[in-house]
Write a protein that binds this ligand. Structure first.
Ligand code: NI
Length: 183
């Protein structure tokens, strides 16, 4: 089932998401999140973006040209980034909750992450490059952080009116969204 994507300005996007009880059956939710993400042409989607304050995100980040991970379709449940390594590097990020805005964000080159998969098997893996980038962006979502929070005060001011418009639904998105502010 395709779910509406929560737009910028919804308080759920600013909340630290809740840990998921171990063993909970997330099969349907994860399937719905993939379907929603693919329909919106995204490479990642976090549970708060569909209005659920849960520590869960899905990615499909294998499509990048320089990818060391050609098959990176994965669900991350109760993930913990245990370490970030390397130099910060900039990349123009976007977000399905913030359509029409892209801006360069600096993030460390690589990371080590612990998480459970949909069968509640625990993993500890290292990622770098674009894969790490997508994971960092989605991980931020479950910590209540948006990529726009990383921008300089000047850039934030530049995007302010656009962001207010997004929260009111004054925006073109090619997918179904849910807007927090009634017009
Ligand atoms: Ni996002």
């Amino acid at each position: 089932m395709i779910l509406p994507i929560v737009a910028y300005g919804d308080p759920v996007l600013k909340k630290v998401a809740e840990e998921i009880p171990k063993g909970e059956d997330l099969t349907q939710l994860i399937a719905d999140m993939y379907e929603t993400m693919y329909t919106a042409s995204g490479v990642g989607l976090a549970a708060p973006q569909i209005g659920l304050s849960k520590r869960l995100f899905v990615i499909d980040a294998g499509g990048f040209e320089d990818s060391e991970y050609p098959d990176l379709k994965k669900a991350f449940i109760n993930p913990v980034i245990v370490e970030e390594m390397g130099e910060d590097w900039p990349y123009e990020e976007g977000c399905l909750s913030i359509p029409g805005i892209r801006a360069a964000v600096e993030r460390p080159e690589s990371l080590i992450i612990e998480y459970y998969d949909e069968n509640w098997k625990k993993h500890k893996e290292e990622y770098s490059g674009m894969a790490a980038r997508v994971i960092q962006h989605e991980y931020d979502h479950i910590e209540g952080i948006l990529f726009t929070d990383h921008l300089s005060p000047l850039k934030k001011r530049l995007y302010k009116s656009k962001l207010i418009n997004i929260s009111k639904g004054i925006v073109d998105a090619a997918y179904r969204m849910r807007f927090p502010v009634k017009r």
